[in-house]
Design a binder for this molecule. Structure first.
Ligand code: GLC
Length: 819
């Protein structure tokens, strides 16, 4: 092999080599008389070989594998000495080849692996890897060749990839980062961390999603660096001309995901890592949580007050104090003498009980879960076979190795009793994993890693995801055809296949409201659509105004839960008195009215990989100023909201993407493509609906299933161009949708010269029980004279004072014409 041991080659950010481990600096210090560790770079490719959809290039020693996954996705792997690790990924459960046309071209200066849509170029002079589209536009290119360093302590390599960063390139994604939406100029670390009361720019936090979207000259592509080790990303922070990512072990393995639209990238990322399963519909309602509601009388008082005050609520949470000495899967019988009776009675009032479970299992030979785990060797061990022990809520604990399938199965079965008691959902916490004092496990803890084996360095970032996977899979088995509900704090790319997520222990401040808004948008475009924040802020005290503004944001977060720490004042929607209680009620009611819309957006996520919450840049990526907008977002693709994020606001500036929009409250029609000043006193917030939309609406219910739905409101927003809307309906709580038992409806709205046509078509095997729609046709620019539904004239319609046309219709009409 040619000499390619380059130290500090030009253009390599010096600090890339700054690694935290002392021993690294020690061995890297020539003054200490120890051989320095050097970065090694790929040199020139000398061979190229094809095996089906995999292409191998070697410089004589190191090997690069290029796998064509689909027309738009190519994976790159590096093996420093030519030996690849076994293919295994918790993020990408099945790497299916979905491409038929691909191949290899050899040119004088480069090799090109091509599909119909993209090309991966391997430069012969220096092994630079780059990608282009079929118009020869280079979307991504190495700035230096892939490189690595040997890790003398653990074996393996520190692996690095450095790409060119363009002057106007923007970056998005990375899941869970407490910073601006556009990541340009940031350096970020992935190492799941319990980050109580985290601050703006604090990093790392609870989850690791090594996926980013780049936007350059209006063209988007994504990089998913599927590596579970501690990893860093530098988006032009150290050197504005370079974007780098590197990890302290594992393989340099990344997927290049082509755009050109951000939406394409996000959908394709979902293709790799999966989507959320459909949640039970109640889980899209309002959830009330606190650390902790106990004893039982307190739980009953809170739930009773919801019903008395007529504030809708579906989920009620039991935090750690329901357990006996914080032992998972036990009950404190003093506080909860008869959990089955309590849960049953709560459920009769429409409340679903969700309980917390932590991974730390108290060391106690009189505790069955500990005994079983010990006898079966389910707990994690240190490298020399000592148990991994640490203190968490229950005191001295050991921790199941959730990367072992047998342990996951055992853990999943432990939920049987809770489900028999009537528990409807499980909240997985402290699963970074968090350990008091030391933060987390030491590096040398061993994990089974689904037979792939690894130290905690490799398993840390997936530990929480495997815990919630065990929970979800267990619940799914126990609950049979009923959809389980799970929520997790920690996670890795792909966690969405098993759980919803909340953003952890935030703070009751306006800054955190801003952050929460950004974090939900970011999570949503990083695969985790079913996300929300602790409404009101976990620690600290919000005043009534902040809480209400947070309820407003939460109304449009796919997961809506208020939660607060135990040392704070009571924090229910009525805790701040009037006018706050009424406004909070109005917004929670709005949440319930819009449930069928959110449910349809969820289906579009589950089935087609669309994120539920979408930042404005996703709608208009060609407009550079949009790269920095982070307040307004769309909820699904029809409703745009702009939360009020500062105290004392009476109105606020809102940017509307191009097109026509209706003010949700006033029905005023406005032209987008510009910023507007919009009234936003406390009792309202800017909400706009895209012209041409059909927004389904349920009657207000105190909980999902309270009422038999007798008719669904269909709010049609007139447009003078053709627009489509999709509505999804099914049973709302079973897996029948997996057997195609559901209904997908499509509405086409077309307005032209004093005529409006609304067409409905549907596909699927589900039949809703209601018979009629109540249509509200909003914004009709002419006075209706005749309404024809499927060739019959309808005489019975009303025109409201705001000119909305109202009529009743059979749910299976196919065409409605108004002129
Ligand atoms: C952690 C969680 C928080 C929970 C508390 C007690 O701080 O993030 O939500 O209430 O533990 O279980």
């Amino acid at each position: 092999m040619e000499e390619n041991n380059i130290q500090n080659p030009e253009g390599i950010p010096a600090k890339l080599a700054e690694l935290e481990e002392d021993e690294f600096h020690h061995v890297n210090n020539p003054a200490a008389g120890i051989k320095p560790i050097v970065k090694k770079y790929l040199s020139r490719p000398v061979s190229a070989e094809q095996k089906n959809n995999k292409f191998y290039f070697s410089d004589g020693d190191a090997k690069v594998e290029v796998t064509v996954v689909t027309d738009e996705i190519i994976r790159v792997r590096l093996a420093p000495h030519g030996v690849f690790l076994d293919e295994f990924s918790y993020a990408v459960p099945k790497l299916e080849k979905k491409v038929s046309v691909f191949g290899l071209n050899e040119l004088e200066e480069e090799y090109i692996v091509y599909t119909n849509i993209i090309n991966c170029h391997i430069r012969k002079a220096d092994f630079f890897v780059s990608f282009s589209d079929n118009q020869n536009f280079i979307t991504s290119s190495d700035a230096v060749p892939m490189h690595w360093e040997e890790n003398v302590k653990f074996g393996g390599y520190y692996v690095y990839c450095t790409k060119t960063c363009h002057s106007d390139e923007s970056f998005f994604g990375m899941g869970d980062k407490a910073t601006e939406l556009n990541l340009r100029g940031k350096r970020l670390k992935n190492w799941n961390t319990d980050a109580y009361s985290f601050a703006w720019n604090q990093d790392p936090l609870y989850r690791s999603i090594p996926f980013y979207i780049s936007l350059n000259e209006g063209v988007a592509h994504g990089i998913f660096f599927d590596n579970t080790f501690k990893a860093e990303f530098d988006f032009g922070a150290e050197d504005p001309t370079k974007t780098s990512f590197w990890a302290e072990g594992g393989e340099l393995q990344y997927y290049y995901i082509h755009g050109p639209h951000m939406m394409d990238v996000v959908k394709r990322y979902h293709l790799l890592t999966g989507t959320h399963p459909m949640p039970p519909m109640w889980a899209l309602g309002y959830h009330q949580c606190r650390w902790s509601y106990y004893p039982e009388s307190k739980v009953r008082m809170v739930t009773k007050t919801f019903r008395e005050k007529k504030i809708p609520c579906d989920g009620i949470y039991l935090d750690i104090d329901y357990m006996d000495g914080y032992r998972c899967f036990t009950w404190n019988r003093k506080y909860f003498p008869d959990p089955k009776k309590m849960i049953k009675e709560l459920s009769e009032q429409g409340f679903k009980t969700v309980v917390i479970i932590d991974p730390g299992i108290r060391v106690d030979d009189n505790y069955s879960v500990f005994k079983e785990g010990k006898e079966n060797r389910y707990f994690c061990r240190r490298c020399d076979d000592y148990f991994m022990e640490g203190h968490v809520w229950p005191g001295r604990c050991q921790f199941p190795d959730f990367t072992n399938p047998e342990v996951r199965e055992w853990w999943g079965n432990l939920f049987d009793e809770l489900v028999q008691l009537g528990v409807a959902g499980v909240w997985n916490d402290m699963n970074e994993p968090a350990v008091f004092g030391t933060g987390t496990f030491p590096d040398d803890v061993r994990h089974q890693y689904d037979g792939q084996r690894g130290s905690h360095r490799k398993a840390h970032n997936v530990y929480g995801m495997q815990m919630v996977r065990a929970t979800y899979e267990g619940l799914r088995k126990i609950m049979k055809n009923k959809r389980p509900f799970t929520i997790t704090r920690a996670g890795y790319a792909g966690v969405q296949r098993f759980s919803s997520v909340w953003t952890g222990d935030n703070v009751a401040s306006w800054e955190h409201l801003i952050l929460g808004n950004i974090m939900c948008q970011r999570l949503s475009i990083s695969g985790v659509s079913f996300c929300g924040t602790d409404i009101g802020g976990f620690s600290g005290e919000p005043d009534g105004e902040l809480f209400t503004r947070w309820i407003q944001l939460g109304t449009f977060s796919p997961f809506m839960r208020a939660h607060s720490a135990g040392d704070t004042k009571e924090r229910e929607p009525w805790s701040f008195g009037e006018p706050y209680t009424s406004i909070n009620r109005k917004f929670i009611e709005l949440r319930y009215r819009l449930l069928p819309y959110l449910y349809s957006a969820f289906w579009e996520h589950h089935r087609y990989g669309f994120p539920i919450v979408r930042p404005v840049v996703m709608h208009e990526q060609f407009e550079p100023t949009n790269h920095f907008r982070q307040d307004e977002f769309t909820y699904g693709d029809k409703i745009l909201v702009c939360p009020v994020l500062a105290a004392g606001q009476k109105n606020r500036k809102v940017y509307l993407p191009k097109g026509k929009w209706y003010n949700f409250w006033t029905h005023e029609l406005v032209e987008g493509g510009k910023e507007l000043m919009v009234a936003a006193p406390l009792e309202t917030m800017p909400i706009f609906v895209k012209a041409g939309s059909v927004i389904p609406e349920y009657p207000v219910m105190q909980y999902v299933g309270e009422k038999e739905i007798e008719e669904v409101k269909m709010n049609v927003y007139y447009s003078d161009f053709e627009a489509n809307s999709f509505i999804f309906e099914d049973y709302g709580e079973t897996f029948a949708y997996e057997q195609d038992i559901y209904l997908e409806k499509k509405f086409v709205v077309r307005g032209k010269e004093n005529k409006l046509t609304i067409q409905q078509s549907m596909e699927g095997l589900y039949t809703p029980r209601y018979e009629n729609y109540h249509m509200n046709i909003i914004g009709l620019p002419f006075k209706p004279t005749r309404i024809i539904v499927d060739d019959h004239e309808v005489k019975d319609f009303m025109i409201a004072s705001d000119k909305t046309v109202q009529l009743k219709l059979r749910k299976n009409f196919t065409q409605l014409v108004i002129n």
